[in-house]
Design a protein around this ligand. Structure first.
Ligand SMILES: [Zn+2]
Length: 247
């Protein structure tokens, strides 16, 4: 039996392993999240290498005795090397990766498409708007975001001027009456309209919606704060406080 398999994938994490090896975490529309060992990656010039955010067709060997995967070969589609040249882009990509890593594999095709399409435009577009669009679409994909038209707690339709509160138990925005956070995490009408309209349209069009830099900043902080309630682990890339220093 041929134990080599090939599929498109992107490297979303790269870690040292022992003295010379690396472990790559791949996101693939076929495999979902798959960890792959690259023997000798840090020593041998000849070893097959793939840097962070390389998108490629990967050939992977599955060892049934050890129950692991090793990298055999790859054909690069794009290496996304521009990502690491900018602090904003590399921060954004690491936040996107951490969220992608939490996915359990059910939405692997959609997640791969979401991740790679936003990574592709990260250096050309406003990084805050890219992150906003990625985060809301990610939350919808994993089933923890509401449509921003009806309150998910009491089911009533929002009024145009409602300032939404937040339900900490459901981890979603809700109507002012159902707010469980004493207005600590609010979503004003214009910001809600932007997010709602973004989700009604395809991502390419939504990237064209213009908002002020100030609103992008506030919305991104809002969404990052909501992530504390909706995902099971704290995001490592937020610990540095970098988000607050990036303007
Ligand atoms: Zn309500």
């Amino acid at each position: 039996m041929d134990r080599n398999e090939s599929a498109p994938a992107i490297v979303i994490q790269s870690e040292k392993r022992k003295d010379y090896d690396r472990i790559l975490t791949l996101l693939s529309p076929v495999w979902g999240i798959r960890r792959v060992i690259v023997y000798g990656a840090r020593k041998s010039q000849k070893a097959v290498k793939a840097s962070l955010y390389t998108e490629a067709t990967f050939v992977v060997y599955t060892n049934p005795e050890r129950n692991n995967h090793t990298l055999v070969d790859l054909t690069t589609i794009t290496d996304h090397s521009e990502i690491m040249t900018s602090l904003e882009s590399s921060f954004s990509a690491s936040l996107m990766s951490e969220l992608a890593l939490l996915e359990k594999g059910e939405e692997k095709k959609e997640l791969y498409e979401l991740f790679t399409s936003f990574l592709d435009i990260l250096n050309e577009e406003n990084w805050k708007r890219v992150l906003i669009q990625y985060i809301i679409r990610y939350l919808v994909l994993v089933g923890i975001w509401s449509d921003l038209e009806y309150c998910p707690v009491c089911s009533r339709a929002y009024k145009e001027k409602d300032i939404l509160g937040f339900s900490s138990s459901l981890a979603v925005p809700c109507c002012p009456n159902c707010d469980s956070m004493s207005s600590e995490l609010i979503l004003p009408p214009n910001a809600r309209a932007y997010l709602r309209d973004s989700l009604r349209t395809e991502k390419e069009k939504a990237m064209g919606f213009i908002i002020s830099e100030n609103m992008a900043q506030r919305l991104l902080r809002y969404l990052v704060r909501t992530l504390n309630y909706s995902i099971p682990v704290p995001l490592k890339c937020l610990k540095s406080g970098l988000l607050n220093s990036l303007q």
